[in-house]
Design a protein around this ligand. Structure first.
Ligand code: FES
Ligand SMILES: [Fe+2]
Length: 384
C-alpha cells in the first residue's frame, strides 16, 4: 500500500508530538454560545443553508445497484425519491406529483419500471419524465415536457449517493468539492465495498452535538474508558484543514513503532483511524480494515438522526469472517451509543442556563475548524 506525502507528514507529526509529550493545539481557546445548540432560529438557518445547498450522503451505490432500483429519503425535511435509470445514471427528484402534489412513492426502497401517483395515477419514468395519465383529454393543453418530476442535484462519488436537497441551477463538481480527499478516499474504492450493516438512530440531541463527538479525541479515555480508549494514543490526533472539510487522523498506540523503522517502509492505514469530515454533515470514518460512513441530519430543535453504514472490503464468505465483522459492529454500536448518551445529557442541560457558552480547548482543533466552516457557510463564504 503506497503512502501519500500527506500521510507521511501525519506520521511525522504524531511521532514528533509524542516525543515532545504534547499534541496538536489550536492557537487559542474559544467560547461557543450555547444558543448554537438549542436556538430554533439558528437551526432554521442551518437547515436552510447547510442542509439545502450542500451534498448529503444518503446511500451506498449498491443500494441502487440495478436500473429501476429506487429509494425514498425524508429525514432532511424534503421528500426525496432517488432512482437508477435504464441508462445506469442515478437521479434524485422531489417525491411530489406535478398534478396536485401527492407523494409519489411511499415505499422506503424497491425496484420499479415507472412511478405511479396513488392519487390520480399520473405516471413518471425512472428519469422523472411524465409518461402518461388516465383520461388524458382533460389535460390536452398541458405541456407534458414541463411536468416531469422536479429534479434535485444527485451525484455518485466515492461509491456513495449524494443529494443536494433543494433545486439548484448549477452542477457541483464533486472532485473539486471534496478537494484533497479525492485521491485518498477515491483510492479506497468504497463503491466496491460490501455494506455489512446499515442503521439509523433518532436521538434527542442537537445535530451539532452529534457532529462534535467525531471532531475531537480528548474524550476517548473518559467517555470511552472501557472501549475506544485502549485502541488509540490518548489525546493525540492530527487535524488537517481541508477547508471546509477536515481530515482528522487518530493514531493507534503501535504508531510509535514507526520511529524505529525506515520511513521508506512506512504504511499508514494499519496505524490510524481517520474521522474524515466532509462538510456539512458527512463523515467517512476509515478504520484499519473497514469503513463507517455516517451522516447527521437535524430533525428538529434538539433532535437529529444519525445514519450510518458499515462497509467491509468484501462480503463475508465464512462464518468466522461474519463473526469477525459482527464483533466490530457490536463494538462500534456501543462506542457510538456512549457518545450519544452524553450528547443527550448535554441537550437536557442546555436550557438550565448553567452555561452561556461552551469552551473549546486548544486540543479540540476539529471543533474550532468545524465551527468556522459552519459560520463561513452561513455567512455565504462557502459554496459547493
Ligand atoms: S396528485 Fe398525482 S396524479 Fe393527481
Ligand atoms: Fe466518541
Amino acid at each position: 500500500m503506497s503512502i501519500s506525502t500527506e500521510e507521511r507528514r501525519i506520521i511525522q507529526d504524531v511521532l514528533d508530538l509524542s516525543r515532545r509529550k504534547t499534541t496538536q493545539m489550536f492557537p487559542q481557546m474559544m467560547e461557543n454560545p450555547v444558543a448554537r445548540y438549542n436556538d430554533p432560529k439558528q437551526l432554521e438557518q442551518e437547515i436552510n443553508i447547510l442542509f439545502r445547498n450542500f451534498p448529503i450522503i444518503i446511500a451506498h451505490a449498491s443500494d441502487l445497484a440495478q436500473p429501476g432500483d429506487f429509494l425514498t429519503h425524508d429525514d432532511t425535511g424534503v421528500p426525496i425519491l432517488v432512482s437508477r435509470t435504464q441508462t445506469g445514471k442515478v437521479k434524485a427528484f422531489l417525491n411530489v406529483c406535478r398534478h396536485r402534489g401527492a407523494r409519489i412513492e411511499d415505499r422506503p426502497c424497491g425496484n420499479a419500471r415507472t412511478f405511479s401517483c396513488p392519487y390520480h395515477a399520473w405516471t413518471y419514468g425512472l428519469d422523472g419524465a411524465l409518461r402518461g395519465m388516465p383520461h388524458p383529454s382533460g389535460f390536452e393543453d398541458a405541456d407534458r415536457e414541463t411536468l416531469g418530476l422536479v429534479e434535485l442535484p444527485c451525484y455518485e462519488h466515492f461509491g456513495m449517493i449524494w443529494v443536494v436537497p433543494s433545486v439548484q441551477d448549477k452542477e457541483i463538481d464533486m472532485t473539486s468539492w471534496v478537494g484533497p480527499f479525492e485521491e485518498y478516499l477515491g483510492g479506497l474504492d468504497l463503491g466496491a465495498h460490501h455494506v455489512f450493516q446499515k442503521w439509523a438512530l433518532h436521538r434527542k440531541m442537537s445535530w451539532r452535538l452529534a457532529l462534535e463527538g467525531f471532531q475531537e479525541t480528548y474524550h476517548f479515555c473518559s467517555a470511552h474508558r472501557h472501549t475506544a480508549c485502549a485502541g488509540y494514543l490518548d489525546n493525540q490526533s492530527v487535524h488537517l484543514n481541508f477547508n471546509p472539510h477536515v481530515r482528522h487522523a487518530v493514531p493507534l498506540p503501535k504508531v510509535l513503532e514507526l520511529q524505529d523503522q525506515d520511513p521508506q517502509t512506512w504504511e499508514y492505514r494499519p496505524y490510524f483511524m481517520d474521522q474524515n469530515y466532509l462538510f456539512p454533515a458527512n463523515f467517512v470514518q476509515v478504520m484499519t480494515d473497514h469503513v463507517y460512513v455516517h451522516t447527521i441530519i437535524p430533525t428538529g430543535p434538539g433532535t437529529c438522526v444519525f445514519q450510518c453504514m458499515m462497509l467491509i472490503p468484501e462480503e463475508p464468505k465464512t462464518e468466522k469472517a461474519k463473526q469477525y465483522w459482527q464483533k466490530n459492529y457490536d463494538l462500534i454500536r456501543v462506542v457510538f451509543n456512549e457518545d450519544f448518551e452524553i450528547g443527550e445529557g448535554i441537550q437536557k442541560g442546555l436550557s438550565t442556563g448553567a452555561n452561556q457558552h461552551f469552551v473549546f480547548g486548544k486540543y479540540e482543533c476539529g471543533l474550532h475548524l468545524g465551527q468556522k466552516s459552519i459560520d463561513d457557510a452561513l455567512a455565504g463564504k462557502i459554496v459547493a
